[in-house]
Design a protein around this ligand. Sequence first.
Ligand code: 4NP
Length: 152
Amino acid sequence: MTKILMVCLGNICRSPLAEGILRDKLSTEEFTIDSAGTGDYHIGDLPDQRSINVAKKYGVDITNQRGRQFSVTDFDVFDLIYVMDNSNFKNVVKLARNENDIAKVKLILNEVYPNQNYDVPDPYHDSDQGFENVFKMLDEATDVIQQKVTKI
Ligand code: 4NP
């Protein structure tokens, strides 16, 4: 079983989309996909309605998800930790206990644009178009992730 965690700030906009999109591309028998936020603002909350809507538009149901906060024990559970932006990267790496933990943390758009360190922009204060753009970015990134992890 390969375990992959998607991380953003609130765990209501970007990482629930990343989780839902990737889950639909992989076998549930071989992969566990989860998401978390570095912040504690939305623990127990449903994803943002705009994320739910754009996911539904493309056939992905994310309404089973609830917000939770990233915890240091996630380094023990997950093989790969994909963060949405550079701020998430800093916040997660701050909690790392050793080089092994740090090596698990990757910026998700580096899968599409290697070494460019691009952010998936936080769409929280954006329009519906922002959520549409985020969906497309994550759909591309998860295509690459799917190809990589199914080759391991
Ligand atoms: P996310 O977006 O990190 O993509 O889930 C955010 C959602 C909520 C907040 C920040 C970012 N917030 O500050 O409540």
